[in-house]
Design a protein around this ligand. Sequence first.
Ligand code: GDD
Length: 456
Amino acid sequence: RVVAVIMVGGPTKGTRFRPLSLNVPKPLFPLAGQPMVQHPILACRIIPNLVQVYLIGFYEEREFALYVSAISNELRIPVRYLREDKPHGSAGGLYNFKDYIMEDDPSHIVLLNCDVCSSFPLPDMLEAHKRYGGLGTLLVIKVSAESANQFGELVADPVTNELLHYTEKPETFVSDRINCGVYIFTPEIFTAIQGVFTQRKDTANMRRMNSFEALQSATKALPVDYVRLDQDILSPLAGKKQLYTYETLDFWEQIKTPGISLKCSALYLAQYRYTSPHLLASGDGTKSATIIGDVFIHPSAKVHPTAKIGPNVSISANARIGAGVRLISCIILDDVEIKENAVVIHSIVGWKSSIGKWSRVQASFILFLLAFYWSLPFQEYKLTFHNCSTLFDAIELSEFPYKFEHASQAEGDYNAKLGITILGEAVAVEDEVVVVNSIVLPHKTLSVSFQDEIIL
Ligand code: GDD
C-alpha cells in the first residue's frame, strides 16, 4: 500500500506569488486549466496500490474543503486536507500527521512539494526505490551551474545512485544535480524525524544547564518541533547508504513566481497531448475560434469564432472572449471579459477583470519571445526576423524563423527587464489602453497606458 502526501505550505509561504495568491491559496492557482496541486495528484493516481492522498498545510480548512471533496469524487481516490496549527517545517509537518498516514499501514510514502511542475515519474521512481532498498529516494535533475544554488545541491554515486552528499542552497558551487522536492520513503522516515526531535531536546536541555550559552542561542535555535526535510534529514543521512537518487530527463520547474507559472502552464499543456488530449481545444468546426498550438478552454467560457487563440493559452470558467481578440501565452482566469479586438500577450489576467476594446495587455514583445521559447538571457541576444512580415506571422509559423546573434556582434539595445504583465482580481482596463510589463493590484481601473510599473 502507498500513501501520498503533498506539502502545500500556508499563507505565510508563497508571498512571491502575489498578487495572485491574495485571492486563492497558491496550490489552487490554475496551471493549464487545473489547480497547481491537481497535477501531482493526477500523477499519484497511477501509482499501483495508492490508498490515500493527504495535503498537509497551514491554510484555513475552509480554503481546501470544497476542492478536496470535489477532487475525491471526480478521481475516486480519497484526498484529504490536514491542517497544521502552525508551520512545523517540511519534515515536521509530515511527522505531525504520522498517525493518519500510518492508519493505512503503508509500505511506502510518496512525499511531494506542491510548488513544483514536473512529469512526476512516480511509478518508475517507486520501482527504483524498491531496487535500491534504502529509506528514501529523491528525484533529481541536472540544471545549469548558475541556477543550482537556488535548490538543494547533491552528489550521487554514478553506479549505485546512492546520495553521497547534500547541501541546501549552498553559497559555493557543489553540483549541478539538484533536489526536485519529490520523494519516496519507507515509514522509517518517521524514526529519522523523531531522532531530530530527540537530539534537539537534548541540546536544549544541555543549554539550559549553561545559562550564558542559553541566552546566546535562544534567538538562533529552531523550535524543537520544527524539522526541515532538507537540512535536518537529507544532509545528515547522505553517505550512509540510506538515501538514493532517481534522475529525470523530463521537464521540471519550481513555481515560486507568477512569471514562471506561465512557463509551467505551457509545459502541462504540452503534456496533455499525450496524457489528456481531450483537454486541448481543437478549433475544429466553422463556429469555433482559430486555435494555434496548445490551448485549454473551459467548457463554460464563451469564445467568439473570430478570436485567435494560442499558443500556450488557458481560459478558465465563464470567461468571455470577444470578436477579433488575440491571445498568446496567457492565463485568463474565471469570469474575465476581453472585449473586441483586444490583445493579451504573455500575461495573467485575474478573476473578474475586464479588458476594453482595442486594448493591449502584454509583456514587452521581444522579451516575451525569448522568455517563452528559449528562456534565454535576453541581454545577450539580438533578434532578427526572416520570411515573415509581422511578429504575429512569425509566432504562428511552426518552423521558428528567427535568427539570434550575440549582442556584441549585433546592433540595438534590448536592455529592458524580462517581463510579464499581471492583472490582479477585478482590474478594469478601459478601451484603447496599453499595459506593458506591469503588475496591477486588485480592483484598479486603468484609463491611461502604463509601462514597467507596479500599480498599487
Ligand atoms: N505543511 C507544511 N508545513 N508545508 C511546508 C512547511 C510547513 O511548515 N514548510 C514548507 N512547506 C512546503 C512548501 O509549501 C513546499 O511545497 C515544500 O514544503 C518545500 O518548501 P521549503 O521548505 O520552503 O523549501 P524550498 O521550496 O525553498 O526548497 C525545497 O524544494 C526545492 C525543490 O522545489 C528544498 O527541498 C530544495 O532542496 C529543493 O530543491
